[in-house]
Design a protein around this ligand. Sequence first.
Ligand code: DAH
Length: 338
Amino acid sequence: MWNLEAIVARAQVDFGAAGDPASLENAKARYLGKSGELTALLKTLGTLPADERKSAGAAINAAKERLEQALDARRAELAGEKLAARLAEEALDVTLPARGRTRGGVHPVMRTWQRIETIFQSIGFDIADGPEIETDWYNFTALNNPENHPARSMQDTFYVDMKDVDGKQLLLRTHTSPMQVRYARLHRPPIKVIAPGRTYRVDSDATHSPMFHQVEGLWIDEQVSFADLKGVYTDFLRRFFETDDLQVRFRPSYFPFTEPSAEIDMKFDSGPHKGRWLEISGSGQVHPDVVRNFGLDPERYIGFAFGSGLERLTMLRYGIDDLRLFFEGDLRFLKQFS
Ligand code: DAH
C-alpha cells in the first residue's frame, strides 16, 4: 500500500529543518494542507475496495496524528528558542557589583603637612596652631615690619571689614610668621615649635594661589645658632624627601624679622630634579627687636626661624608642575595620592 512510514519520516525531517514558525506552517501545509500529501491520500480512500477502506483510513489517521505531534513538538521548540533568545538579549546582570561608596583620601598638601609634623615632633618640636584672621600688629609690626615700610607691599593681602583694639583693620595672615610671636609670648624658653597653616595673599597664577600653606619653625634658647638651623633643616629635607642625596645652601637674603636672613636652597644629586638649585624656604636668625616682642631679652635669648611653603614641598616630592591642580578638586588628580 502507500508508504506512510516514509511520508512521516520526511515530514519529521522537514519540520525539524523549519527555523521559524512561518516555515513550519509552510511545511505543515505540504502534508496536511488542502493539497497536502496526506490530505490527497485521504481523498483516495473512496476509490479503495470497501474491505480495505477501514484499515487504510485508520493508518492514514495514525500517520496524521504522528505529524500533528511532531508539529506540536517543533512549535514548542521554536517558541522555547525564541524565549531563550529574548532572555539573552534583554539580560539584566543582577550580579554586577553596585557602584558603592568610594573612600575619601588625604589631600597631597595635607600629606605633606602630616609628614612635616611627624618629622619635627620626632626631634622635639611642639606643634602650634593659630588664627588665620590676624591683627596688623602680629602679622607685620611685631615682626619688625613697621607701618609704611616698603616690605609690606610685598605681601598684599585681604582685609576683613572689622577693626582690632588698635583701630587697625583685621586681615588674613600673609604668612605663618605671626605664630612665632603668638607662641613665644605664651611659652618660656627653650622654645621649639612649628606652626603649619593656611596663609593668604593677593596673588594668582600657575605658581601662586590666593590661599596657600606654610609651615613656620622657631627655636629659641640661650645658644641656638645658624649651625643648628642648618643641621635641623638639612635633616628635615633628607627625611622629607627620603634621600641623603641632596645638598642644602644658605643664600643671603632679606626679611625684616631676621638678621642675618637667608634663603634656603636645595639641590638633589639624583632623581628627576637632579642638579638644579631650588628655593625652598626663608630663614634667619631672629632679629633682636622681634625677640623683644616675644617678651624676651635679646642679650640672653637667640635662635632661628624659618618659613616654608607646603605646596612647593609637595610639588617637588611628587613631581607636580602646576600649583592649581591642588585646588581644582579633580578626582583624577587627587586619587593618585590616596
Ligand atoms: N614669612 C616669610 C614669607 O612668607 C618666610 C620666612 C622667612 C619665615 C624668614 C621665617 C623667616 O621665619 O625666618 O615670605
